[in-house]
Design a protein around this ligand. Structure first.
Ligand code: NAD
Length: 502
């Protein structure tokens, strides 16, 4: 991915929202400069006093009301997602459904994960009671990408809100109308809340950079690794903590004992759905030799019926970000130059703004199509001699977001050998649809986790409280009144507790 520029100079005040299939302008948004971003953050900070003071049950009510409002408006919303992002309406609905699952999970589980807990004080401190409580951080700045403009930023927004923070969201410049719709429906669902609980600031990279510099307590970023690095460097100025959900180059391992039909079906979909613009989409496949020919033939058979377009029946839509088209074309050409073969499609499949499916085999493992995020409806398939080789090649990547394994007998064992944040066994992308499972990567794929209990803990500050219930005569350890008898007693207790193990 390359769109890490601060923003085009010719769009200083207004950001057009463009239909990627037709290039038609469907809306215009005012760009937030540093002053506007600071004002939005100040409003969010004021609102944080009210929102952060609500009980978990009260916040749950507000979040679930928001979810229901989104369901009521789902036809309008999915039409907007389709128009601004390009994905078919059914895909927009699927994306919304998954986002709703996450809103509900965060709303319903925040109390269990972040509610006050009693902690055993230990023998030495047995005259104390100990509590672990979680406080909201305050204001969370969320910066989102365009490929899943609802689901992806929502993994931070809903969880940050459920943990009691207010949110200022900078949607992608390719998903601004959708991002604003999220905040508008939250306000519509909750008219009694002060302004600023969940708001947006619109613009290009410069607006995102202003949000990073603003008075926020955490930045939750989803986007490319290059931008993630810039954000982390900028956030370091104020020691603002960051959550970074970045790119991937996900591999699928197809073992000799796999259900080949199911594996081919999942790979064909996982590589091309959403035009391949999925951070955890299938980009590489390693298949064992015994089943390789049958697998490749089945993938080709399925893809013969798959066509992109902007109509209702299209399998997937146009490329959302025009500059990505050249990157995909370059990866295909480079793979062919480096000894690869296109067994399905090829450079001619790039018909901007659409790209038809492309299957590349025997591509050099050092070529860009294997090492860098392509983010298009293409896959590389390599035949391997063993599962061990497949694991080694899968792990030989700067990225480590997610992965999938197809094997009837050894799926779990193979999954455990992969250096990634998530793995689906006998499926692709399933972990992303299970709200209780955390999502995030290692290496260039980022830092931290969205979703599940870790996704709530990202947006809370642990506050440890130790309360002395009574004083133990002669055992004042944390005091200058400590005596030799106290120390003798301490030595005896410590020897008993920790000195008995041979
Ligand atoms: P991008 O990095 O170009 O932009 C992401 C966001 O960052 C946009 O809102 C952009 O305006 C903003 N931005 C750009 N420069 C900035 C700066 N200097 N300071 C602050 N903000 C800045 O990414 P993209 O093209 O929108 O999204 C696609 C990328 O996102 C892919 O790499 C994909 O893998 C990744 N992604 C990751 C996940 C995940 O959960 N790991 C999910 C979806 C997408």
């Amino acid at each position: 991915m390359t769109s890490t520029d601060i923003g085009p100079a010719d769009h200083n005040t207004a950001l057009p929202s463009i239909n990627p299939a037709t290039q038609e302008v469907i809306g215009t948004h005012v760009i937030a400069d540093d002053t506007a971003v600071a004002a939005a953050v100040a409003k969010a900070r004021a609102a944080a006093t009210t929102w952060g003071a609500l009980s978990f049950d009260e916040r749950r009510t507000h979040l679930l009301r928001w979810a229901s409002t989104l369901v009521r408006h789902s036809d309008t919303f999915c039409e907007l997602i389709h128009t601004e992002n390009g994905k078919p309406i059914d895909d927009a609905y699927l994306e919304l459904s998954l986002a709703l699952e996450h809103i509900a999970w965060a709303a319903k589980n925040a109390k269990k994960v972040l509610g006050a807990q009693k902690i055993a004080p230990g023998v030495l401190m047995s005259n104390f009671s100990a509590r672990l409580e979680y406080r909201p951080l305050g204001v969370v700045g969320v910066i989102g990408p365009w490929n899943y403009p609802v689901y992806t930023p929502n993994g931070s927004i809903a969880y940050a809100l459920a943990a009691g923070n207010t949110v200022v969201f900078k949607p992608s410049e390719y998903g601004t109308s959708v991002g604003n719709y999220l905040a508008e429906t939250f306000a519509e669902a909750n008219p009694e809340l002060p302004e600023g609980v969940f708001s947006t600031v619109n613009g290009y990279g410069a607006t995102g950079a202003a949000l990073v510099r603003a008075d926020v307590d955490k930045i939750a970023f989803t986007g490319s690794t290059a931008t993630g690095k810039r954000i982390m460097a900028a956030a370091a100025e104020k020691l603002t903590p960051v959550l970074l959900e970045c790119g991937g180059k996900d591999a699928v391992i197809v073992a000799a004992d796999a259900d080949i039909t199911a594996a081919a079906d999942a790979v064909a979909w996982g590589a091309t759905a959403n035009s391949g613009q999925t951070c955890a989409g299938v980009e590489r496949v390693y298949v064992e030799r015994a089943v390789s020919d049958a697998f490749v033939a089945e993938v080709e058979r399925i893809l013969r019926g798959i066509e992109p377009g902007s109509g209702d029946k299209a399998a997937y839509g146009p490329m959302t970000m025009p500059s990505q088209i050249d990157i995909v074309r370059h990866h295909i050409e480079n793979a062919l130059k480096n000894g690869g073969t296109a067994v399905f499609g090829g450079p001619e499949s790039v018909k901007a703004p659409f790209i038809e499916p492309v299957v590349l085999v025997d591509v050099d493992e050092d070529s860009e199509a294997v090492r860098e995020e392509t983010f298009g409806p293409t896959i590389t398939i390599r035949t391997v001699d063993s599962v061990e080789e497949a694991v080694r090649l899968s792990n030989n990547s700067a990225y480590g977001l997610s992965s999938a394994v197809y094997s009837k007998k050894n799926g779990l064992d193979i999954a455990r050998a992969l250096r990634v944040g998530a793995t689906s066994v006998n499926s692709v992308l399933a972990f992303a649809a299970i709200p209780g499972l955390p999502f995030g990567g290692v290496g260039d794929s980022g830092i931290g986790r969205i979703h599940g209990a870790p996704g709530l803990l990202e947006f809370a500050r642990p506050h440890s409280i130790a309360v002395q219930r009574f004083a133990i005569p002669g055992m004042a350890l944390l005091s200058y009144t400590r005596t030799d008898t106290t120390m003798k007693l301490l030595r005896g207790i410590v020897s008993f507790l920790h000195g008995r193990h041979k």
